[in-house]
Write a protein that binds this ligand. Structure first.
Ligand SMILES: Cc1cc2nc3c(=O)[nH]c(=O)nc-3n(C[C@H](O)[C@H](O)[C@H](O)COP(=O)(O)OP(=O)(O)OC[C@H]3O[C@@H](n4cnc5c(N)ncnc54)[C@H](O)[C@@H]3O)c2cc1C
Length: 639
């Protein structure tokens, strides 16, 4: 950590999940970075769920890792339980998740930042941005200093006018125990950005020794645990148990009797909350017919006695929370260490940024993380990575990195944010990706190694490692395609854990001895256990065998999605020229015209994803875009 300089090529505001990724990746690309944050002690803090990954989030972490980001490596080092979710469904939705020791996670991230070349960690509050002629020039700090910069990435999370609620108590703050960063909202509004209120919440924390685990069902990690990072050799971890219990009718009755004291229901909280991470109040009201809701007891770390009550996010008064806990089996005698709370905060609707995460109105100013309306450590980290890469590319005069929806969940995330925007906390889901069978967690390295090489975010050794993963995977495919089946295996369905959940291909005949192993895999006639137990595949390792089996098992579906991508890429390639915005475009619908002029989509496909832009609007754009291409002497876009 060096002395604070007067000027940095790049400043990052906020050392949360987005800020840490942005700073580290830009520094890895050769840029000197100042990382300014309110407190060194809360670097990469997890204010809620002590876990990384989960449905679609796990895919994001694997992609961040394949592009040279750090979240996956840190999660492997601080992980205390590892699980592949959705194993019972098709591999397109298998998602890695790891419980985290959040104290250790913060410590290793801070150590990583301290050792990172070209990163200076600065403990200060940013209160304003210096902007001259619509270009950012630096920041002002709370202690009166200013620091100059050629580019600034803003990642303040939930700290913009953060307001916390527990029952009818309200206090300023972005997270419990940390102050609010009032200033930034005001100066972003002065710069012309539109800000909107959102809210999120967290459950109470309870004391480990007061939990009666015998009345709950233990939840174990996978054996052997599988790492997030492609660069983690071996995970040797003494995995910790989580536990599952359920709410009861008494829980729901007590909550209903006290709704009038929940700021969510008194109207005190104006911000819109995360639809898919509802408070327990919302669950009891919205799903009144459900007799019980799942509650997971998750350790906050190896050393701490604090347990996280996953599924009980609430802002009910403290004394009510204590009573609610005692209605849950296993928590009858529990001690609450700290209450759950809700936090309201400002965010900037992300249609105000470009695909590079640079703002549309101030050059050199980038937004990433919860500031753009997302909710989740992983969504924030993914944006921070892209913002850091694109700021570094812009500072060195290179073309930006824009990932397609068919390349990565990160591409889906950014395209959704800048094209459709969001008016409620955005969370990634596998259903958000129309090409999810191509965007699996097992092929992230293959999908993104080329991009990492292009922009220089992986060193030679890291690239070699990714190359090796890919080589092993395809060697396993070739082996399955060239190996004869000795004896007719069982019919599918009778075998546990067969690859994928699709039933055997209709009409597939019972396997004859001597047919190819790949055909048995394709038709679901062989289980993963069988494949993993074969000596002639052992050299490739479990992950490569599993990934190879998926490639073969879903070959037809993958080819079909590749054809869909090819068809869609034609309209993705049809760029909308800037000159189009000098035209009156009276043929467009008024809503279509307003949105297209405001969002300036880069391609026709992007325009077609903007809510309110009709197919008729698109055909008008095609005419103009084609005319412009001809005028420039380009061949017409391929049909
Ligand atoms: C109560 C609560 C519950 C949540 N529940 C979950 C959950 O269960 N799972 C999940 O995935 N996500 C959850 N989130 C959201 C998650 O924490 C965020 O999505 C994620 O941390 C966003 O990352 P970020 O980098 O954008 O911001 P953060 O991780 O919040 O980091 C922002 C950083 O910027 C610093 N900062 C802010 N303003 C300034 C300033 N002016 N000057 C200097 N430094 C500044 C802060 O100190 C902080 O270090 C929750 C958040 C809260 C607050």
């Amino acid at each position: 950590m060096m002395e604070t300089r007067r000027h940095y090529p790049l400043l990052v505001v906020g050392a949360g999940h987005a800020g840490c990724e942005a700073a580290c990746i830009a520094a890895k690309m050769g840029i000197e970075v100042g990382l300014v944050t309110m407190s060194f002690d809360s670097v990469a803090h997890m204010p809620c769920n002590p876990a990384i990954g989960g449905l679609a989030k796990g895919q994001l972490v694997r992609e961040i890792d394949a592009l040279g980001g750090i979240m996956g490596r840190m999660a492997d080092r601080a992980g205390i339980q590892f699980k592949m979710l959705n194993r019972g469904r098709g591999p397109a939705v298998w998602s890695p998740r790891a419980q985290q020791d959040k104290v250790l996670y913060r410590a290793i991230m801070r150590e990583h930042l301290a050792r990172a070349e070209r990163v200076s960690l600065i403990e200060a509050l940013v209160v304003d941005f210096l902007v001259v002629h619509d270009r950012v020039r630096g920041v002002s700090l709370g202690d009166g200093r200013t620091i100059g910069a050629d580019a600034v990435i803003v990642t303040p999370g939930t700290f913009l006018n953060g307001l916390m609620h527990v029952g009818d108590a309200t206090y300023a703050g972005g997270r419990v125990g940390e102050g609010a960063a009032r200033g930034i909202s005001g100066c972003l509004a002065d710069l012309g950005f539109r800000l909107v209120r959102l809210k999120t919440g967290t459950p109470p924390r309870v004391e480990r020794d007061s939990i009666d685990f015998a009345r709950m069902s233990p939840q174990r990690g996978d054996e052997p645990p599988r790492p997030f990072s492609h660069f983690t050799d071996l995970l040797e971890v003494d995995q910790i148990l989580c536990h599952l219990t359920l709410t009861t009718a008494a829980t729901h009755d007590l909550i209903r009797e006290n709704l009038h004291r929940s700021p969510l229901y008194t109207g005190k909280i104006r911000g819109i909350g995360p639809r898919y991470c509802p408070s327990i109040e919302d669950k009891v009201v919205r799903f009144a017919e459900k007799p019980a809701h799942q509650i997971f007891l998750e350790p906050e770390g190896r050393e701490t006695r604090e347990y996280y009550v996953n599924g009980l996010s609430t802002s009910l008064p403290e004394e009510v929370q204590r009573e609610v806990l005692k209605t849950i089996p296993g928590l009858e005698a529990v001690e609450m260490i700290r209450p759950g709370y809700a936090v309201e905060y400002d965010f900037v609707p992300p249609t105000q940024i470009k695909e590079t995460l640079e703002t549309r109105s101030v050059a050199g100013l980038y937004f990433a993380g919860q500031l753009n309306g997302t909710s989740g450590y992983e969504e924030a980290a993914a944006q921070g990575l892209l913002a850091g890469v694109n700021a570094a590319l812009a500072l060195t005069g290179r073309e930006p990195l824009i990932l397609g929806r068919e390349e990565a969940y990160i591409g889906v995330l950014i395209d959704d944010l800048v094209t459709k925007g969001t008016e409620e906390p955005y969370r990634m889901f596998t259903s958000s990706a129309e090409y999810r069978l191509l965007l699996r967690q097992d092929n992230a390295s293959e999908r993104l190694a080329r991009r990492a090489r292009e922009v220089g975010t992986l060193n030679a050794e890291e690239l070699r490692r990714l190359e090796e993963v890919s080589t092993r995977r395809w060697a396993a495919v070739d082996r399955m395609r060239s190996t004869r089946v000795e004896t007719p295996p069982h019919r599918a369905g009778s075998l546990p854990h067969q690859v994928g959940s699709l039933p055997p291909r209709a009409g597939s005949l019972p396997r004859q001895a001597g047919s190819l192993l790949a055909h048995a895999v394709r038709d679901g006639d062989v289980s993963l256990e069988d494949l993993l137990g074969r000596d002639d595949l052992a050299e490739f390792g479990e992950e490569a065998i599993e990934s190879a089996a998926i490639e073969i098992r879903y070959e037809g579906y993958i080819e079909r999605q590749m054809r869909e991508v090819e068809r869609a890429s034609r309209s993705e390639r049809l760029e909308i020229p800037e000159s189009l915005y000098t035209e009156p475009l009276r043929e467009l619908s008024s809503e279509g015209r307003e949105k297209i002029f405001r969002l300036k989509p880069r391609t026709l496909a992007q325009a077609s994803r903007i809510p309110g832009v009709s197919p008729a609007d698109i055909s008008v754009l095609v005419v103009y875009a084609e005319r412009e291409r001809r005028r420039r002497g380009h061949a017409p876009a391929p049909a």
